[in-house]
Design a protein around this ligand. Structure first.
Ligand SMILES: NC(=O)c1ccc[n+]([C@@H]2O[C@H](COP(=O)([O-])OP(=O)(O)OC[C@H]3O[C@@H](n4cnc5c(N)ncnc54)[C@H](OP(=O)(O)O)[C@@H]3O)[C@@H](O)[C@H]2O)c1
Length: 294
């Protein structure tokens, strides 16, 4: 039995045995996420409701998402020396860097780039926070100590094929930002118009449930084909990450599969929401998230 010191000895960062245990539990996350197919309640975004247990949308999102990359950074910093790793290969550092770039945007910039974000229920917050902590721990511990930590002769400098999936991973945040911003702009304009008309601030209009909302039928770019292209490109991004980490990287594979399990039911239900709100004609032939499939 190995041991580690840290915020929670042997668990955070985990020793080898506890890491294996956590990863084997993490593989079962899709079973829990699948409950969304039968439980319609989701206290966030379009289905956000008024509740005393709500957190403000932007701050709630930031506090929910940021612990993921902070956990990964913590493991990259504390675990190698405890596991006897003297010099981490640059490939591991690049992968950790890509993860941090994605979440620096997603956790910190993204919520404040949105014209508004609906309140977040504490249960959704806690579920998202657990996801982030477990995911950051598994990927961080794999990259810092328990995955391949010596540069094998087969691994080549950045001009190698490895660079391709890596750069794909790096490019997707840009794509995601663009898609999100295109829709945000669509939302900001009417919100501003309403605010000017009502003499208030943009985003200050509340619906009958007291939650700030104004939704448009998204029209920009990929939204013409699918209603949740930002989910789709996120999956492609983490597929690229898994490819770059190596097909044997179980935490990277879990990350992709767990994301799909968590987001697919949301996108499918989201399409039904668009049909109910805007009508079948407005939604037209658009898919929920995967063109030609769903
Ligand atoms: N949800 C997940 O489980 C999950 C998991 C991993 C990663 N992500 C990523 O995190 C990002 C956000 O996810 P999300 O589930 O919150 O996405 P979302 O439901 O599409 O909402 C994203 C933002 O756009 C606004 N919005 C949504 N539909 C709109 C419309 N028709 N017109 C105008 N504005 C609209 C939302 O406002 P409101 O808040 O008021 O609805 C929110 O500010 C995505 O890029 C996704 O890939 C999500």
């Amino acid at each position: 039995m190995t041991s580690t010191v840290g915020l929670i000895p042997n668990w955070f960062p985990p020793n080898r045995e506890n890491y294996d245990l956590i990863v084997s539990v993490w593989k079962w996350f899709p079973v829990a996420a699948s409950l969304q197919w039968i439980i319609p309640w989701y206290g966030m975004g379009k289905t956000s409701v008024t509740s005393r247990l709500n957190l403000p949308g932007r701050v709630g999102w930031l506090l929910m998402e940021a612990p993921g990359f902070l956990t990964l950074l913590y493991h990259m910093r504390t675990l190698p020396s405890q596991a006897g790793v003297e010099d981490l290969p640059w490939q591991n550092k690049v992968l950790a860097g890509l993860f941090v770039i994605h979440y620096s945007y997603r956790a910190i910039l993204y919520p404040f780039l949105q014209p508004s974000m609906s309140p977040l229920h504490i249960l959704i917050f806690l579920a998202g926070l657990s996801f982030q902590l477990l995911n950051g721990l598994c990927i961080g511990a794999h990259l810092a100590a328990y995955g391949p930590v010596t540069a094998p002769p087969g691994r080549r400098p950045p001009s190698s094929p490895l660079a391709s999936p890596c750069s794909t991973s790096a490019s997707w945040p840009t794509t995601t930002t663009t898609t999100s911003c295109a829709r945000s702009a669509a939302r900001a304009a009417p919100a501003r118009a309403r605010a000017a008309r009502d003499g208030g601030d943009a985003g200050s209009n509340a619906n009958s449930k007291g939650v700030d909302k104004h939704y448009e039928m998204p029209q920009a770019g990929l939204f013409k084909v699918v209603l949740y292209p930002h989910y789709l490109v996120e999956w492609v991004e983490w597929f690229g990450f898994w490819m770059a980490a190596g097909w044997g990287c179980v935490p990277a594979r879990c990350f992709l599969l767990n994301e799909v399990a968590a987001m697919l039911p949301r996108a499918v239900r989201g399409k039904r929401w668009y049909v109910e709100k805007f009508g079948e004609e407005a939604v037209g032939r658009r898919w929920a998230v995967i063109p030609g499939v769903w």
